[in-house]
Design a protein. Structure first.
Length: 353
């Protein structure tokens, strides 16, 4: 029998109508409805409405249940997510930090605490605070191993997230070592092969893209999920096949707006540039540079600016390109240090061009 998912807009309208008729908007039943409304607003990406809703809901939760209640903590986490989506990253980070502090103090053994730590690590990465992301992930992994063991889904989720942060920092040896451990303790074939795919990606990022592209293609064709397709696209881009990489990134991004998937969107813009699709590269890069949700100095946003500068170079605007690439290199060096692979790559474009 086919299963049909309710239309979020219809469910929102139904719940709002029911809530309006409730005698007490702060009764347990009403608060449960309000939490569901908030989740639907997040699901539909209505971030201004979500921020307003969760601000009011968190205040109500504090009045009814207090600051340490799971409903209050959950409302604060979702409020922080909404603030981040609207570009108020610093406010979002501080709110999520204080919320995780409460989780860790009063609910140290609760899986919800470990999930909140993962959310905080994501928020730190969004704000470009990668050392802080690694610190909270270390706490997360220690707690998960102690409470749940090495094979629990939350332990594995934390390790996967830590691998991604280490890759961002260019610490490929550490990333490869941690990822290798993931491949030895999968709960199923998908997890094993996901770790294998990340291992191929790390090798591609270290300059071995041509050697691993065939295995990456094999895994993408076997699973056909966005996760594996994105790995193949990244490998192909680094192997000098940007046109096919661009098509694959478009497939990955097709389910939601590009600005909600910063990494793949930026890679798509670069693939368009390197395959000669200059108009597409320029349009997407400008959209990403101007979108809310990332601080101006974030390494991903600097990458978008680098693609725009390279488009300018291709269009003959050499002075503009030089100025922008120099600024990007300086920003990346400040974020990562002067020997980070991304800093060296941008410096290479300056020398080459």
């Amino acid at each position: 029998m086919a299963l049909f998912r309710a239309n979020p807009a219809n469910e929102l309208a139904r719940l709002r109508k029911k809530l309006a008729k409730a005698a007490d908007p702060e009764s347990p039943e009403s608060l449960a409805m309000r939490h569901r409304i908030g989740l639907l607003l997040v699901e539909t990406g209505d971030w201004p409405a979500a921020e307003e809703h969760y601000t009011e809901l968190a205040d109500a939760q504090v009045r009814v249940e207090g600051e340490q209640h799971p409903g209050t903590l959950g409302a604060w986490l979702n409020l922080a997510t909404a603030k981040a989506a609207l570009g108020r990253i610093e406010d979002a980070v501080r709110l999520m930090e204080s919320t995780v502090d409460i989780y860790e103090a009063v609910r140290p053994d609760d899986p919800a605490t470990m999930r909140a730590q993962l959310m905080l690590s994501e928020m730190y990465s969004l704000s470009g605070e990668y050392d802080e992301a690694l610190e909270v992930l270390s706490r997360h992994l220690d707690a998960c191993v102690d409470k749940f063991g090495e094979y629990h889904e939350l332990t594995i989720a934390g390790a996967v997230r830590k691998v991604n942060v280490l890759r961002t920092l260019g610490r490929y040896d550490e990333a490869a070592g941690l990822n290798s451990g993931l491949s030895r303790k999968p709960r199923d074939d998908y997890e094993r092969d996901r770790a294998a795919a990340v291992g191929l990606l790390i090798r591609a990022e270290r300059g071995e893209a041509e050697a691993v592209q065939y295995k990456a293609r094999e895994l993408a064709e076997q699973y056909r999920t966005p996760e594996f397709v994105e790995v193949l696209a990244a490998v192909l881009l680094r192997a000098g096949q940007p046109a096919e990489a661009a098509e694959l990134y478009r497939a990955v991004l097709s389910a939601q707006p590009a600005a909600q998937q910063w990494g793949p969107a930026g890679e798509l813009a670069r693939a368009c540039l390197e395959s000669g699709q200059l108009d597409a590269a320029e349009t997407l890069s400008r959209e990403l540079v101007s979108a809310a949700g990332l601080p101006d100095g974030h390494p991903l946003k600097l990458g978008f600016r680098a693609t725009l500068a390279r488009v300018a170079r291709e269009r003959g605007r050499d002075e503009e390109a030089d100025r922008e690439l120099e600024a990007v290199a300086a920003g990346l060096a400040e974020a990562f240090g002067p020997k980070h692979p991304d800093v060296l790559e941008v410096a290479g474009w300056l020398k080459k061009d």
